[in-house]
Design a protein around this ligand. Sequence first.
Ligand code: ATP
Ligand code: MG
Length: 557
Amino acid sequence: MELPQATNFIEEIINEDLKNNVCSSVITRFPPEPNGYLHIGHAKSICLNFGIAQKYNGKCNLRLDDTNPEKEDVEYVESIKKDIQWLGFQWDGEVRHASDYFEKLYEWAKVLIKKGKAYVCDMSAEEVAATRGTPTEPGKESPYRNRSVEENIDLFERMKNGQFPDGSKTLRAKIDMSSPNMHMRDPVMYRIKHATHHRTGDRWCIYPTYDWAHGQSDYIEGITHSICTLEFEVHRPLYDWFLDQIATGPRPRQIEFARLNLSYTVMSKRMLLRLVQEGFVNGWDDPRMPTIAGLRRRGYTPDAIKNFAKLVGVAKKDSMVDIALLEHCIREDLNKKANRVMCVLNPLKVVIVNYPDDIEYVEGINNPEDPSAGTRTIPFSKVLYIERDDFMENPPKKYYRLSPGAEVRLRYTYFIKCVNVLKDSNGNITEIHCTYDPDTKNGYAPDGRKVKGTIHWVSAQHAIHAEIRLYDRLFTKENPSEVEEGKDFTDYINPDSLKVVHGYIEPYVRGAKAYTNFQFERLGYFTVDPDSHDDRIIFNRTVTLKDTWAKIAQKEE
Ligand code: ATP
Ligand code: MG
């Protein structure tokens, strides 16, 4: 086989293994625990595992590591499958489950007992923890450590048969209580939990620990390269020790990489679950969540996420990636893909006093980056909305938008000039009157006269009224997981992470399907929310056109 060019240290290892015939093909897996929705960190791992399988013409399994019945749920399972497929990947064959291997793991546990390498321990979880020692002090051996094989087999069977209450016994590997590696100090392999499992129901009341299930599951599936995050590096000797006891065939090679951390974001499922359960956000797919479901609803595309994963790359050292990079990736993708439309978020009524009570149409370019996107017609009439910001009664120098006596271009069409400003009794501007130059319909004056500003607008009688959800970063602190004394990470939530406003959009967006991306000219990228329907049209802001936070930071310097 012609080896592909390696682009990171993981692919270099794989190339070496293929060259040395350690394996003849590549099988990877993505092994999520179905105890929450997948997030952008998982997306990195998905792109890595499925990407490597694609690159090497190999296979990638999806295995749900479902060893923790109390925290798991079919809702999570379904969301995991949906999100992987949405990203554009497909696992090999059926979805696999650690629970598919419960029987096999149970048999192997008995093999360990028979070899004198595992024992039933009656200590409580607290006692086990208290006798583990510290990294510099050895642990204490369990008083149950030297039970006979016969007694262990008998007790283990009775554990499985439901004869003991939760937490009263565990099965532990018999390794070395004074090992400098804490994970080798007689780790627990099974605990008793009389809990209903979402797949195996009440068939089991003992459940394997992640450590006992994980490496063996990889081995059963013939995984050649088990790619995981750095915290599992210290577990590797234990995984090797387990396989030493039971493996006869080729073993997976474990390779660790640094997990993705993103600024202004929390990624731990425990924290994400709290955000959902305590109502800080509206569910796992809230557009402010770093979940794949949240990003999708925010208007992110699979291509943008995959490109982000590629740009971040894989490393051996933990670091923090700037969320601005993720935002850059979606801007870049939508710049190529999203059709442009005009939308006014903070309207100011403009009456064109010399325009007839008529309607005409002007032509708009859907996407200057993509000629195949074509053009559309935009209705124009006597009463328009423009952005309140685009008018100033007493403008400073270099203000090139609309002001009394000044002339601007309306995007795609006429020049207009402000001739009158109307106010209410409090002095607030209620509308402005303008005149238009009928000779400038195509956006240029035949006499060669120039204007400096072009502003967007919507015909009032044609405008689509929409609920516009202006999302922003969920946290104000760069690393919200680093919680100061006496605080909680939820104290760092950005109070302005969601503002809802009423917008007026040109009629072109009518009937657009959920998740369709648009660029609202001069404002940002927006997407149709899945709850949107004809009677209540809803758009979510994906991202502004520029990195507004960077601008603020610069100003403060
Ligand atoms: P948490 O600690 O938040 O519960 P986890 O790592 O336990 O997350 P799993 O469902 O076990 O979550 O993760 C499935 C796979 O995704 C694992 O292989 C894990 O290494 C990988 N993964 C999880 N979080 C990240 C991340 N932030 N960056 C890269 N990979 C990740
Ligand atoms: Mg995990």
